[in-house]
Write a protein that binds this ligand. Sequence first.
Ligand code: ADP
Length: 910
Amino acid sequence: MATKEPTPMMVQYHQIKDQYPDAFVFYRMGDFYELFEDDAIKGAKILELTLTARNKNSAEPIPMAGIPHHAVSAYIDILVDAGYKVAIVEQMEDPATAKGMVKRDVVQLITPGTKLSSKNGDGKDNNFLAAVVATGSRLGDADQAAFALAYIDLSTGELKATELMDESAVLDELGALEVKEVVLAKEGDFSTPALAAAIGEKGLVVSYQGPVQPSATITYLTKDLKKPAKQTVTGLLLQYLFDTQKRSLDHIMPVQTYERQAYLVFNQVTRVNLDLVENARTKQKAGSLFALLDQTKTAMGGRLLKQWLIKPLKDLQKIQARQEAVAAFKDDFFTRGTVQDQLKYVYDLERLAAKAALGTINARDLVQLKRSLQAVPDMQAALQAEHVNPILQAAGAEIDPLFDLASLIEQAIVPEPPISVRDGDLIQPGYDDLVDSYNQALADNQDWLAAYQKQEQEATGISTLKVKYNKNFGYFIEVTKVNLDKLEEGRYHRKQTLTNAERFTTPELKEHEDLIFAAQTKRFDREYDLFLAIRARVKEEISRLQTLAQKVARLDVLAALADVAENRHFTKPEFKTDGDRALTIKQGRHPVIESLLGPGEYVANDVFFDEKTKIQLVTGPNMAGKSTYMRQVALIVVLAQMGSFVPADEATLPIFDQIFTRIGANDDLVNGRSTFMVEMAEANSALQGATSQSLILFDELGRGTATYDGMALAQAIIEYLDQNLHATTIFATHYHELTALAASHPAIQNVHVGAQLTDDGALHFLHQVQPGAADRSYGIQVAALAGLPKSLLTNAEAILRALETQGVGQVEGVEETVVKRSSAAVKDTVSPAMRNASTEATPIGDSLAQDIPLFEIASAQELPAAEMELINPADQKALDELDRVNLNQLTPLAALNLIAKLQEMRQEND
Ligand code: ADP
């Protein structure tokens, strides 16, 4: 069958769809948005729509799915949240008067990075859209940054730009900002294909933008930029917005530049590991540091707090300015309370300003704006009261409460307007003579209607006769069926017959109906015009509104931090300015764990690094609190540098430039990396990136591989840190052998988290960090707490005793071995396989190998044939079993079980 010519409508559809191949095209037809073809098939599935077809009976029906226009925003949200783009196609002319095909065009492209509505109801999340370009560094200048990045929150108008040295810095920055969509240059020198792939792998939406058209807006917004790369990237970002939004974006603020290095830098892994903005395990805000700190009352405050948290400062003066303001609020409960009470009435000023610019603000939004503005004077008065700290007085003095705008809205808009701005009832009586006159006309007519009803009741003798109104029929007289015979013939004209009543009209009624409708239409139009004028006034004040929003947000955050400081007994940290890197925390706490444990349960700990100490080795049983102790240090550093008080009785800190962490057993199976590989990659990022000003937390480094590999690597890493980096490092480990390093390395200090064995052999955790190394690991006791079978535990104890008598685990003895034995001395006693397995430069591996028969057996497959014959069959079975083990997947518990099994195998032979 010959393919039918497409209809003109489908031709138009394809013209549009071809321009937006990566978006769902929502094609407006009357009261519906229609999806066609593949969009319809895919969209029907995702949105649970009914899939129908256009030209159902033809040979080639076109798949189609419809969305009612009034519900469209919910469907758009679903698609955009799932990472898709939606192109909204509207009818550009009235179908009733259009000649031929109704003109249609894309009026907006909605994408994950340009979506304005917030999924999370409290509005405390920014939605950042970023753009990245390659800079000229590829052309030769090695010192130059490789990338420039700009980002914007379209819903607030905040625009920033920076330069970044390498790909990992770009990815970290995108992660920190929780960017969902990245704009890249379509082609040319600025395009970044390798980065595009890396961004795509992270699951972010990548959008390509063609050439930037020079415009006065772009010139104005980028006027403060000096570096061409930043200009290029900001231009690219703005052009993308102009092309996709196709409307006025007057709320975008001139771009601000920033240096990533001006802040305390940490990568995404660290942000996750420390549960800074969400709990790493649950992915929820609850259980994060942000949740604990978030006592903000406004959406702007919430967003600013999060920005402070992900970008703590390095500049001492700026930190202290925040600290002083927090202190002032903390010490003045009354002022803080008054300010916070008023903040509760402040809506999202930034987003209201943006809505005004985008033309989407309605009368209800204006009322919210008015309420927000009306809360400001009381706040300001409280801050400026006589007794108040001058820092807060100054903050109050610089607020502009926009009285003019507040009083305009107060006078013009009714307190509870409808959502629609075209159907009247928006404007306050007394604001406009014309509206008042129409209202008067309407009221007069209502009076006339009441009088007319009364008159007709009396004239007809039908007391139930009513003058009524409905939308379809306008005004009419209604007489019930039983009373119809009382009605004199020809008095009224019949309009409509119902089961129980007849509806009539009269020339007089019609005349008044016309008057009412005319007055009403005029009133609606006049009210709408007035509304537009007020909206235009608000738009003129956008930058004042944005300034106010920023000041209010800052006060909100400072008051919130003061709240937390008071309620959680935080103190103001001191900073060292004399250049040495000593650190003292007295009675420090992990604030989130403390809050979860309940009052009095948390054991506070001191942390002390003197001038020469750089590395602290923390030993102690599993579950003792090593990890908590080291995280607590990082959280205190983050809090201190963001300007907050800290959970400690006293803290004196140096200023850190970066925090690196290697905590927890994360594997990255999606990218095919084992736990151990992830561990090494994270360690590497610290070893490559840290400076003497950095803080490094390594938790259980080296445990994802065989014991000796792991221990050897751990020791080599510690020595590397000691010799090359001099960063402040806390290294928690199970390898007690490593604690001996302190004896020969002055910068290494041992501490341990205490535990006690009760008389009945149960383990009691003290959570108390004490000087010196732990005496043992208590692994079997922890296993007992986990409820492992008794016989297994007894067996494990026997194995442990056996191992200990052979030299392993004897802390004293091994310490000696580690430090003093040279690899040369033991070389001859080690099997060739052993020498392959551990490098000669790692004394631990070599020295222990000679003491532990188990390890030698593990390598037996590589023994010369003559030696192999000495192995009996049962041992061989055990060896084979050992060979099959995948160390990357072996949990401590499974290892224990394995040892028991191996022993059983060998015993079979005895
Ligand atoms: P480790 O790293 O030594 O295995 P963790 O730091 O993970 O141990 O701590 C295990 C649990 O012990 C924590 O989840 C917490 O419940 C508790 N804990 C840790 N430190 C303390 C402390 N200082 N005070 C009270 N409880 C603590």
